[in-house]
Design a protein around this ligand. Structure first.
Ligand code: ZN
Length: 407
């Protein structure tokens, strides 16, 4: 019995040792093969906008069913004001055991810049007053001040009553675009309008045959005029004619180096080049600063459409942007309708077209073929003086006629 008992006691110890061994072994096993477990709050890849920003959602960590979240270390380089892709790293180091998880954070910009028009969206001016676009300011949440990227489109014809729109557009680097529209109303009593004034204007010269005749008539009658000249290739005789015109109190405008519609209305740069080339020649040969442009065919011409659609809309804006005035006419002598239109017809057209209650810009030509224009001129001046009209040459302060733009 005693033996049996000792065997029984002995086997009990063995069992206990075995159990202890299994428990210890299990603990070692668990320690060796388990790690803390990180659970990120929220998705492992998130997208936020610069406007809403990024708020760190954190992570939970457990180890042996035990919450050790307070041991999590968060490493983040997220700049939610700056577009980009960032990484947030969650790591834990607990009882010599480590674990790591990462979250991808994409910061995107979906906000257009804040576009503010200076001086409000509605402006009212009187006809003939100068309109200076007060501009706009644009601030973007990621790009900062983007005012210099604002593009303005539209045109205010200060000489014609009406409502005009200027559209401003600006985009940030991520293609978010903002637009704003300003309404400019031209209404009321015109400023600078001169009643009973005649501006005689001669296009397409100088001509070595017709221009001297016209200058003689103007001089004799002590009447000034404005000559919208074309390219003269530094011809000394033509330079002398223009010098004489200036000495007589006339002014010179730019019709353009070339009059060839297919060339000048091909593009905005082509047209402006045609203007500046002639301006530079006048500066060089006469020390004269030309300030006014007359579009060949007038600003209302539709011929230009054959060479560039919409070009007149851009040009009326561009010439003024580059500091020029432009002037069409409101009285047509009709001398362009054919060569050698009878002087009588020209006189009749001018008489019919002139009005005492406003200023009159008379279209005439002094190219070689316009001999009847010179023939009609003395009678036109005589009649106008008798009617009480006053003749002036165009200056920077003169009112100008602007035709409606058709292309
Ligand atoms: Zn012309």
């Amino acid at each position: 019995m005693k033996k049996k008992k000792s065997i029984f006691i002995g086997s009990k110890v063995v069992w206990l040792l075995l159990i202890a061994f299994v428990i210890a072994g299990g603990a070692v096993f668990l320690y060796l093969f388990t790690t803390p477990f990180i659970t990120m709050n929220g998705a492992s890849s998130v997208e936020v906008t610069t406007k809403e920003g990024y708020e760190e959602p954190g992570a939970k960590v457990s180890y042996f069913f035990h919450d050790i979240s307070e041991h999590v270390q968060i490493d983040s380089n997220v700049n939610d004001k700056k577009v980009g892709t960032y990484t947030v790293t969650y790591s834990v180091d607990y009882l010599g055991k480590t674990a790591q998880e990462t979250r991808k954070v994409s910061v995107v910009d979906r906000e257009p810049p804040q576009l503010t028009l200076n001086e409000g969206t509605e402006i009212t001016i009187r006809p003939g007053s100068s309109f200076q676009d007060p501009g706009a300011v644009a601030i973007d949440d990621s790009d900062g001040d983007v005012t210099d990227r604002i593009a303005a489109k539209g045109f205010v014809d200060v000489y014609n009553k009406g409502t005009y729109e200027i559209e401003y557009t600006v985009a940030d680097s991520y293609g978010n675009e903002a637009t704003a529209t300003r309404t400019v109303t031209v209404k009321g009593k015109p400023l600078r309008e001169e009643q009973g004034v005649i501006y005689l204007t001669f296009d397409d010269g100088p001509s070595n045959t017709v221009t001297p005749e016209i200058l003689d008539i103007l001089e004799k009658n002590k009447v000034p005029a404005t000559f919208f000249v074309i390219g003269y290739d530094h011809d000394p005789a033509k330079i002398e004619l223009m010098k004489r015109a200036l000495q007589d109190g006339c002014t010179i405008g730019i019709h353009g180096q070339s009059h060839d519609y297919s060339k000048i209305y091909k593009s905005v740069p082509a047209f402006m080049d045609n203007v500046t080339t002639l301006r530079d020649d006048l500066k060089e040969d006469l020390d004269y600063e030309a300030f006014v442009v007359r579009f060949p065919g007038g600003s209302s011409n539709t011929i230009s459409e054959q060479y560039c659609k919409g070009i007149m809309t851009d040009l009326v804006r561009q010439v003024q942007k580059e500091g020029y005035m432009y002037s069409d006419w409101n009285v047509d002598s009709t001398d362009a309708s054919a060569n050698r239109v009878p002087a009588k017809t020209l006189i009749k057209s001018v008489k019919k077209g002139c009005r005492k209650d406003t200023f009159n810009v008379i279209l005439m030509h002094d190219s070689d073929a316009k001999k009847t224009t010179a023939k009609a001129l003395p009678e036109i001046i005589k009649w106008a003086k008798k009617e009480g009209y006053v003749f002036k040459a165009m200056t920077v302060d003169s009112p100008t006629v602007h035709h409606p733009v058709n292309n």
